[in-house]
Design a protein around this ligand. Structure first.
Ligand code: PLP
Length: 368
């Protein structure tokens, strides 16, 4: 039987334009949102169970509560023009989840189970896939938590893997409008050889303070530097950073503290193969990026991630209060209101995700 994707929107129980990026409660008369759970106990994985409630019962001593033994992932599914459903680069999320387990000494979720769980969750929540052409998508959040009771510091032995889905719109309330960033050596997201390459919940808890600080300075996000020398650009708390130089050069930081973004990798491939850019994944000093009069001229910059999509960066304020130094760098094309390269990159990515552009890399996977 053909899956009826997008039914709740079709019946006007919710409107795609009302979606943001937040906790979603199914409206009255709409089907429930389902989630899947899988336990790892006594050294082996059990069977998936399907639930239609968002609650979990755990011992208060579980490793997730005291030592933050957790990772999560985030990926998206989109509707095509002919009402099919395409998952975007889910195998890459499965690989990164494996990396997170390795970094955090957690049981890896076998890739086959990971993908099975994702596809089943999407199918179960098919009614909530936003329709083609509305800007909405289905966000899928798999996560793994340590569950066995323990008091002393130590790796968990038992785990629960959960997958839930939400229909979402824009991550930032300002949509894809250009954003101001605050960059400073005042805060780090992670340590240099630590958990940066894992999607560890603790990394995000550690980023709230700096984001609040950036907001107090009138900026939307905090742009971190490398945590050892504070010389090189890293990323924000939820997205990778890239800058586009004249003569079509796509520059993105290569730092051990940075989470390897699947969106960034996709945009770089699009920039190279479809738009003729040269890709430079390398060390990028804040001086090169921000000081005026340097040889390189960066015309546009952006933040990218599954949730953030592609948010152009209008300007960056660099501040080092200990040195009484403050610089503001404006990206001229973005400030002028047209960031043609960012716009083209985003349009091509979106077209590919919705099945409107040829998928030469085999990035999309149909959920039938
Ligand atoms: N960097 C951080 C710290 C993130 O949390 C995310 C979001 O997952 C990204 C980058 C972007 O990664 P992706 O494009 O795989 O979503």
């Amino acid at each position: 039987m053909k899956t009826n994707y997008g039914e709740v929107f079709e019946k006007e129980l919710i409107k795609e334009e009302d979606l943001g990026f937040g906790v979603f409660e199914p409206p009255e008369k709409a089907p429930p949102l389902y989630n899947l759970r899988l336990d790892f106990k006594n050294g082996k994985w059990g069977e998936f169970s399907v639930r239609n409630d968002p609650f979990i019962v755990l011992r208060i001593e579980a490793g997730i509560f005291h030592y933050g033994h957790e990772w999560f992932e985030g990926m998206v599914a989109h509707m095509t023009k002919d009402r099919r459903c395409l998952l975007f680069r889910a195998k890459e999320n499965a690989k990164r989840a494996e990396k997170s387990s390795q970094v955090l000494c957690m049981e890896p979720v076998p890739k086959k189970l990971f993908l099975e769980g994702i596809k089943a969750a999407v199918k179960l929540n098919a009614a909530y896939l936003p329709r083609y052409g509305t800007g909405g998508r289905l966000y899928i959040r798999p996560f793994l938590i340590g569950t066995n009771p323990q008091l002393g510091l130590g790796e968990s032995r038992d785990f629960t893997f959960i997958v839930f889905c939400y229909p979402v719109g824009n991550y930032y309330p300002t949509g894809l409008k250009p954003m101001k960033l605050y960059c400073s050596p005042a805060f780090d997201r992670v340590a240099q050889c630590s958990t940066g390459q894992a999607k560890a919940g603790g990394n995000y808890a550690a980023s709230y303070r700096s984001k609040q600080f950036a907001k107090s300075k009138g900026c939307g996000e905090y742009l971190y530097l490398d945590p050892t020398e504070h010389k090189f650009i890293a990323e924000t708390g939820s997205a990778n950073f890239f800058a586009l130089r004249e003569n079509k050069v796509y520059v993105t930081p290569d730092e051990p503290s940075v989470l390897q973004s699947i969106t960034n990798d996709s945009l770089a491939a699009i920039a190279k193969e479809l738009m003729g850019f040269t890709i430079e994944k390398r060390k990028l000093t804040w001086r090169e990026l921000l000081e005026r009069g340097c040889l390189s001229e960066f015309l546009e910059a952006g933040l990218c991630g599954t949730a953030a999509r592609l948010t152009p960066v209008e300007s960056i304020i660099y501040e080092d209060e200990r040195q009484a130094l403050r610089i503001e760098r404006i990206f001229p094309k973005v400030r002028e209101g047209n960031a043609p390269w960012c716009q083209e990159l985003y349009a091509r990515l979106k077209n590919l995700q919705h099945g409107d552009e040829e998928d030469r890399w085999g990035w999309t996977m149909e959920v039938d």
